[in-house]
Every structure is written in structure tokens, then in C-alpha cells.
Design a protein around this ligand. Structure first.
Ligand SMILES: [Zn+2]
Length: 68
């Protein structure tokens, strides 16, 4: 069964890439790049992803982070 997309991933903007600490040098991002955890690299989220992310930010590890 194919998961239904619920829209473009808000965490990575649809690239599927997570960009961590780093800087943009001459227009090229230099730094940590990995698979976006929000959409697992798909670039869009599904209801399954939404459920997981909601849990993550409300009850999981994300809720313990102090994001500025
Ligand atoms: Zn993403």
C-alpha cells in the first residue's frame, strides 16, 4: 500500500536532506548533511511521518530538546 503524501516536508523544504551545523561558502553548503529525519529523505511527509513526528516533538526525544 502506497502511503499518501500530506504535503512537502516542512523540515527540509522538499530536498529530503537534513542540513546540520555548517555554513554556505560561495553558494555551496558546507557542513553536516544527512537524510532528513522528518520525511526520511522523501521530501514530503505522509500521515505515517506526521504521526511519528508529532510523537517525537510532543513525547519523544524532541520534546526534551530546547530549541532556540
Ligand atoms: Zn524532510
Amino acid at each position: 500500500m502506497k502511503a499518501k503524501s500530506t504535503g512537502r516536508c516542512t523540515a527540509c523544504g522538499g530536498s529530503g536532506e537534513y542540513k546540520g551545523r555548517g555554513e554556505v561558502v560561495n553558494g555551496v553548503f558546507k557542513g553536516f548533511v544527512g537524510t532528513c529525519f522528518h520525511c526520511i529523505g522523501k521530501g514530503y511527509t505522509t500521515t505515517e511521518d506526521d504521526r511519528r513526528n508529532t510523537y517525537y516533538w510532543t513525547k519523544g526525544a524532541g520534546s526534551k530538546l530546547h530549541l532556540v
